[in-house]
Design a protein around this ligand. Structure first.
Ligand SMILES: Nc1ncnc2c1ncn2[C@@H]1O[C@H](COP(=O)(O)OP(=O)(O)OP(=O)(O)O)[C@@H](O)[C@H]1O
Length: 258
């Protein structure tokens, strides 16, 4: 379970103070798929970094599996937007996936098994010997997802992971993430600026306000668990939900008030 209580994060230094998060309170139950959307610059990445133990909150509390986060928590994996910078170009795909497993102290035979399983889970069963730069952008992001899966995380954080891939690849990767989540049952927190993507993927969508940032809405996505790019997106309820989220974000940006 993820528990965020009255989280505030202020960046300081060089005479400039930025209050990225004012007051965030949010709980994600074990095994839930929650998407976070909000206006640009409202602190979505900052929120994920606090959860991942990469940033220290200014005040408030962040807990993963009952433990207060003070550094990267056990059993938590993050997939970033910039796959090009998160994979090591001098290591083959299989070696990239294996590296965090080595630091976890997993033996060689088990590592090999996890690498093979995770690559086939993302449809890249034959790419282990390639170098990342020999693969397309979408394939590299699949490798980043495979690396996260191989780590067998209980919690997976994804920070706009498909922002840099083309629309068709993006749809494939969205379905891949749903499949992986259903198969492995991890808790998923997925940050995106794409409202349709958030409603399509999540069981819940958390809408953040513009800065000073707080939670504007925590919306239950009452669509069937079986999502389909064509069918789901054309359902009346999907359209209602995405229109509602869009309106809330416009409101958050102050457009509705103008
Ligand atoms: N290291 C930093 N130092 C100072 N200010 C920062 C730092 N990182 C982020 N900020 C500021 O904090 C605020 C929130 O940034 P953050 O990247 O978390 O927002 P975001 O919602 O993820 O943005 P986007 O939707 O544009 O990706 C912004 O005003 C940003 O300029």
């Amino acid at each position: 379970m993820l528990e965020i209580k009255s989280l505030r994060k202020t960046y300081g230094g060089q005479g400039r103070t930025v209050e990225a998060l004012r007051d965030i309170t949010l709980t994600v139950e074990d095994g839930q798929f929650v998407c976070v959307v909000g206006p640009s610059g409202c602190g979505k990445t900052t929120l994920l970094r606090c959860l991942g133990g990469l940033l220290t909150p200014t005040s408030g509390e962040v807990k993963v599996a009952g433990q207060t986060v003070t550094g990267p928590p056990d059993g938590l994996a993050i997939v970033f937007q910039e796959y090009g910078r998160s994979l090591f170009p001098w290591l083959r795909v299989a070696e990239n996936i294996e590296l965090p497993l080595k630091s976890k102290g997993i033996g060689r035979a088990e590592r090999r098994k996890l690498v093979d399983e995770s690559l086939s889970a993302v449809g890249l069963g034959d790419a282990g010997k390639a170098y990342p730069w020999q693969l397309s952008g979408g394939m590299q992001q699949r490798v980043a997802i495979a690396r996260a899966i191989a780590f067998q995380p209980k919690v997976m954080l994804m920070d706009e992971p498909f922002a840099a891939v083309d629309a068709q690849t993006r749809a494939d990767l969205e379905d891949l993430v749903r499949t992986v989540w259903q198969r492995f049952g991890m808790t998923m927190l997925f940050v995106t600026h794409d409202i349709d993507e958030a409603v399509y993927l999540g069981q819940r969508v958390v809408v953040l306000s513009a800065s000073p940032t707080s939670v504007l809405e925590n919306l239950d996505i009452d669509l069937s668990d079986e999502r389909d790019q064509l069918k789901t997106r054309s359902e009346a309820r999907f359209v209602e939900l995405r229109t509602h989220v869009y309106a809330r974000i416009q409101e958050a940006k102050g457009v509705a008030a103008r």
